[in-house]
Design a protein around this ligand. Sequence first.
Ligand SMILES: *Cc1c(COP(=O)(O)O)cnc(C)c1O
Length: 474
Amino acid sequence: MNYHDTRDPSRRVSFRTAVLQGMDPATGGLYMPDEIPSLPKSFLSRNLAPSFRDIAIETAKPFVGDEIPEDELMAIIVDAYPFTAPIAPIDPTTYVLELFHGPTCAFKDFGARFMARVMAYFNRDEDDSLHILVATSGDTGSAVGSAFHGVPGIDVTILYPRGKISPLQEKQLSTFDGNVRALSVDGTFDDCQRLVKTAFTDESLRGKLRLSSANSINISRLLPQSFYYTYGSLLIRDRGRYDNDIDSPSLIVTVPSGNFGNLTSGLIARKMGAPIRGFIAATNSNRTVPDWLASGDYRARPSVSTLSNAMDVGAPSNWERMNAFYTVEEARRQIAGYWLDDEGTMEAIRQCNARTGYIIDPHGAVAWKAWDDARSGAMASLLAGKTVPPEKPGLTGSVATAPEWARDCADRKCVGLILETAHPAKFGETVHRAIGREPSMPERLEKVTHLPDRSEPIPNDYGALKSWLLDTLA
Ligand SMILES: *Cc1c(COP(=O)(O)O)cnc(C)c1O
C-alpha cells in the first residue's frame, strides 16, 4: 500500500517512509493510505465475532502490504496488545468500550504501542539508535514513553512543562528507567514544543543524532485505533438481541474528541466494513469541529482549558485527514456534532453514575451525555426544526445538516457505543467532586506513585537542550 500527502496527493511514499517521517517534511501535509480496503465479508459475518487479535491482523495486513512479513506483523500485534477493549453494557441500549486497560490507562496506548513496534521493525537494520523527541502537555508523554520502554534500538526523550501537569501525570512520565528519559522544562507546553521543533530543524544536531517524532499525526498510530471499533461493533451486533428488543438496531459510536485522531480511525473502520451506522463527534468547549459540521466553515482557534483537558485542542490536526476523506456534506451524513461545557461535564459524571452505577471519567462523560441527549429528544427536536444556537452546549446544526441516521435515533431504533478513553482514577479529583467519592486506582497506576522521579530539569533554552542531548545520547 502506498500513502499520499493530504496537501499534495501526487507526493506518494511507502508505509515505511510514512511511519518514519510522520508527516511530509516538504509540505507539512499528513499521510493517507491510497485506498481503504474492505475486510472480507466472510470475516465480518463470522458466527462468533473474531477476536481482537484476529481483527488487528486482518485490518493491518493490507495497510502494511509486503513491507512487514505476516509472521513479523503477528509478533508485533501479540507483543503490543496483552490487553483488549472490554465492553460494559450500562443500560439496555448503551455500551461503554473501555479503552483504558493498557499500561498508562488511556486509549493512546493502542496507537503508541503499535507505532513503537513498527518503528523498531523498520529500524532493525540500522547501526545507529533512533532518538524520539516528544513534547507533552500530559498524556501523550506517558503513552509514548511506556510504548517504547525497553524497545531495542530506540530511545525516547520527553519534554514537559514543569509544574503545569498533574502530579499523577508527572509520575507517569518521569519514573521510567533505561531508554526513556524525561526533561522538565522551566516553561509552558508551547515552549516544549518549540524546543522540539528547533531540534528537528537543527542540521548540526541531525548530523550527529538520528531524530524522529512520535506525535499523534503518525499514520501508524491511527490505523491500530480502528481495530477496537471493528471489535466493539461486531461484539455488539452479536449480543445486542439479548439486551433489547430493537430489530437490527443501528449502532452509533460517540467519540470524545480533541485532535480527532480517534474519530478518524473510526471512519477508517466503518469504511472497511465495521457495522457502524454513524458517529457523534463530542467535544468540550473547544468546538471547532462541531461548528464546522453545523456551518460548513472551518475556523481553527486558540484552545481553552477544560476539565477534559486531553481534548483541549482548538486546531485539531486530524481535521485535515477528515477533510481529505469527506466533503463537509458527506461528513454530515455520518457524523453529528455535539459540545459540552465544564458545568455540563460535572453534571454528566454525576448523572451517569446515578442512573447506571458506572463511574465515567470527564472525557467519556462528554460522550455519554452526547449520546444520552441525542437519543432522548435532542435529535427529535432537531428534526422538528428546533436548533440550538451555536454558543449553547448541545447537538449542533439543524434539520438541514442532520445525519442520515437521525430519524432512526429519534425513533429509538439505535444503540449507542461510548468510547471511554481514560480510566476515571486518572481524574480522581474531578470525579470525586462530581459523585462524592474517588474511583479506585488500578494497580498499574497506583504503582507509579511510589517510584522515584527521575526527570531532569532544564531551562527554557535551546542551547541547554542541545548540549543535554549531545552529552547524554551521542
Ligand atoms: C488524547 C485523548 C482524547 C482525544 O483524542 P483525539 O484522538 O485527540 O481526538 C480523548 N480522551 C483522552 C483521555 C485522551 O487522552
